[in-house]
Design a protein around this ligand. Sequence first.
Ligand SMILES: NC(=O)c1ccc[n+]([C@@H]2O[C@H](COP(=O)([O-])OP(=O)(O)OC[C@H]3O[C@@H](n4cnc5c(N)ncnc54)[C@H](OP(=O)(O)O)[C@@H]3O)[C@@H](O)[C@H]2O)c1
Length: 306
Amino acid sequence: MISSKDILKRRILIVGSNGRLGQSLVKKIMNHEKTELMCSSIESESLIRDVEYRKADITKKDQVKKLVLDFVPDYIINAAAFTNVDKCESERELAWKINVSGVEYLAQYARLVDAHLTHVSTDYVFDGNDGPYTETDPTNPISYYGRTKLASENSLKISGAKYAIVRTNVLFGPSEFGEPDFVNWVVDSLTGKKKIRIVIDQINNPTFIPDLADGILKIVDLNKDGIYNLGGREFLSRFEFTEKIAEHFNLDTTLIEKIVTKDLKQPAPRPLKSGLITLKAETELNYKPRSLKEAFILMTKEQSEL
Ligand SMILES: NC(=O)c1ccc[n+]([C@@H]2O[C@H](COP(=O)([O-])OP(=O)(O)OC[C@H]3O[C@@H](n4cnc5c(N)ncnc54)[C@H](OP(=O)(O)O)[C@@H]3O)[C@@H](O)[C@H]2O)c1
């Protein structure tokens, strides 16, 4: 017998749909027959064609109100953020508005229409002294970006909205629009015989964006609440990650120069020994991130298809 649940479509609003993660989420669900999708970002048009799209600036409460109350979603996924970690140090007011106030507004109107809000956060909520981290480890951000992301998590927790927080780290993967990701930057640089300086003291588990999008959509499918770490399968330094890229794409590894983070003199401090343990997501969501090798192979295929 067909129940009303089978007939009714779930309504999903993706905020930050023009970003790297946003684009991957949109591509994965735009053709779901049981999903009514609304995309939104700050630009006047959607980068991905043939989707319903509404321009909205999440720092403007009235625009968030209109976006949410007009569409009345069952689920909201927030992939919008001020993601330039160094600029967050100098543009603190804007960083707070986007990363904290924007989430407060989304949570406020999610609660009003009883929508579930999945919000994307980061391992930068930790200090990087003793990672990798589980979902319950104590937070201690060392950068302004990290502080805004932790504040966004806290504001969501007290908002009264149904929510999930997804922490992730070092995103890479195909995106049709926007700046090249780290993998493509390494490939382009080494192909052009350019020397690159890469840090040996930042450890993470780099996350393939399509895996992250799958994990987030599992949270939605299973209606999960709480915090989930979604990271990659391998824990390694940025230098080792770069070597693996070079080896996979048959490029000259001698062009990769070892440096330490403090040599870069970046405005924002970075958590060094970091990374996210994904056991909870593997157990509860059946989250299965690809290996780096599998991800690189898929990226090569995707690129040849673009
Ligand atoms: N990238 C990483 O390595 C990484 C690591 C850990 C966690 N994360 C988290 O993962 C999430 C997705 O990251 P991402 O790499 O996909 O970021 P992204 O490519 O920078 O995408 C963020 C999107 O949000 C949009 N946006 C900015 N301000 C907005 C506003 N006021 N209203 C509406 N939209 C706005 C951006 O538009 P503009 O481009 O026009 O500004 C962009 O399209 C973020 O929450 C980030 O903090 C990322």
